[in-house]
Ligand binder design. Structure first.
Ligand code: BES
Ligand code: MN
Ligand code: ZN
Length: 494
């Protein structure tokens, strides 16, 4: 979407709609911006009770002799309760309303002078619009001919904000990272393979010379003795991949954030096969990898002055006579032996090799892994927060802060040392499953075995990375969660 600043209402050009925001007040409703001569035109519709200015409420009215044939009255809710997130939601609702009417060009009024800073208001409006302005329709054929989807192409903002252009560009760059992550999650599992992720990383590096990609193929992975990644890969006809993407935005500093993303391109469960009803969404199981790719693209395009390396272990978890077996023991990169209690707990296995590799070779100041690791996290937190487990309070708090800035909220769960008992194996160093309780935490306790003393945080995005139904500015399926969160965290480290 192209963003254009216009200095006053009078200077605006023709468009298909003008959005006018309203507060809900004790007395009734109140325009959130000065409307001048336009206020006459909205007088009549506002006399009805059709519009109460509840957050996200829309009323389309049709007007004559204006730059736009439609005005869209948009509710912002209580003036006193305004937050960046409320603006995101309200303006997302406006964009979704436009998409239904196949509107491509709009003029935008938004509250510049509210209790929020001008920057935070504009950021909320831009993000809400961009995040909502997305369609997952690249797998449709005839359906698209009958009903082509239309997304917004141009939004002219009536604004006096002096850094409009740079804020619009920055927000668009970050949201492009979100779109990339969503598209990778939503793509067919038979298209988005480990090799496809390698290509995607290489393509990104081609476009931005500040990114350096190293990809290990199966032979190299064998040479590195990543026995756990290889174990999970055994049932698949496709080779595994181990991708490293380096970005050096601050060469003088030794500070380095390593982000690790689970890249299971399809999770059948393996020999512990998932039942019908549990497998259909499993092309989402590389959402952690997708978030890492989206983040790296954004970080490089923004030119952040930080050092970041993404590490992506990737494979399918397929079923075959060659599949790895429950009850067998495999030794990974760290040299620890792991008894396979359940082949469906494969994410932690490939992450174990990636975390151990990162700690040994990449000199991480901190490691953050993102993974669709457990169904348990959805039971605990639903779709409203990503699970956070960490061995470091400072890192955990900085993620919590970034989470509330971006509203990609994270909620910390414990990794009590007592949980380690649940992973005890009679025949190996550790088992890959615990009991029924504390499923998200035992997953994290397993991962913790492979990070040593490095400050580390694990983000379980199994519920937030892929949604069964659209939620506010998140479309159904891939959300791209993690990208805005990590970019915010990294910007704070600059
Ligand atoms: N990929 C799944 C987790 C998942 C579940 C992601 C639902 C998205 C939606 C993961 O590999 C898995 O199967 N986890 C098991 C772990 C168990 C066997 C210890 C689970 O959560 O049941
Ligand atoms: Mn699984
Ligand atoms: Zn999985």
């Amino acid at each position: 979407m192209e963003f254009v600043p216009i200095t006053s209402l009078e200077r605006r050009k023709k468009a298909e709609a003008l959005v006018i925001p309203y507060w809900k007040t004790k007395k009734g409703i109140e325009a959130a911006v000065p409307l001048g001569a336009l206020s006459q035109l909205v007088e009549l519709p506002l006399k009805t009770d059709d519009f109460t200015a509840k957050e996200g409420e829309l009323l389309f009215i049709y007007v004559q002799r204006q730059e736009e044939p439609r005005f869209v009255l948009l509710g912002l809710g209580d003036k006193e309760k305004l937050t960046t997130e409320r603006l995101r939601r309200a303006y997302a609702s406006f964009v979704k309303g436009c998409m239904v009417k196949k509107i491509k060009e709009v003029n935008v009024l938004y509250p510049e002078n509210s209790s929020l800073s001008p920057e935070l208001s504009l950021r909320g409006v831009l993000e809400g619009m961009l995040l909502a302005n997305y369609r997952f329709d690249f797998l449709k054929r005839d359906a698209l001919k009958e009903c082509p989807s239309v997304i917004l192409e141009k939004a002219s903002f009536i604004t006096t904000y002096k850094d409009f252009a740079s804020l619009a560009k920055e927000t668009s760059t970050i949201c492009d990272g979100v779109y990339l992550a969503r598209n990778l999650v939503n793509g067919n599992a038979d298209d988005v393979t480990p090799q496809f992720l390698v290509k995607q990383a290489e393509l990104m590096a081609k476009k931005n010379s500040r990114l350096k990609v190293t990809a290990f193929n199966k032979k190299r992975i064998e040479k590195e003795k990543m026995g756990l990644l290889l174990a999970v890969n055994r049932g698949s006809v496709r080779e595994p991949a181990f991708i490293i993407i380096e970005y050096k935005g601050n060469p003088k500093s030794s500070d380095r954030t390593v982000i690790v993303g689970k890249g299971v391109t399809y999770d059948t469960g393996g020999l512990n096969l998932k039942p019908t009803g549990s497998m259909e969404t499993m092309k989402c199981d590389m959402a952690g990898a997708a978030a890492c790719l989206g983040t790296m693209q954004a970080v490089a395009a923004l030119g952040l002055k930080v050092n970041v390396t993404a590490v992506i272990p990737s494979t399918e978890n397929a079923i075959s006579d060659t599949s790895y077996k429950p009850g067998d023991v495999y030794v990974g990169y760290a040299g620890k032996s792991v008894e396979i209690g359940n082949t469906d707990a494969e994410g932690r296995l490939i992450l174990a090799d990636a975390l151990a590799y990162a700690c040994k070779n990449l000199k991480p100041t901190r490691i953050i892994d993102l993974a669709t690791l457990t169904g348990s996290i959805g039971i605990a937190l639903g779709d409203e927060a990503t699970g956070l487990m960490s061995n470091d309070d400072i890192l955990a708090d900085s993620l919590i802060r970034a989470g509330s800035e971006t509203f990609e909220r994270v909620w910390r769960l414990p990794i009590f040392e007592e949980y380690r008992e649940l992973l005890r194996s009679q025949i190996a160093d550790i088992s890959n499953i615990g009991g029924r309780g504390a499923g998200a935490s035992t997953g994290a306790v397993f991962l913790q075995e492979f990070v040593g003393k490095t400050p580390w945080a694990h983000l379980d995005i199994a519920s937030t990375g892929n949604l069964k139904e659209a939620l506010r500015y998140h479309p159904k399926s891939g959300t791209g969660i993690g990208v805005r969160l990590l970019v915010e965290l990294l910007q704070h480290l600059e």
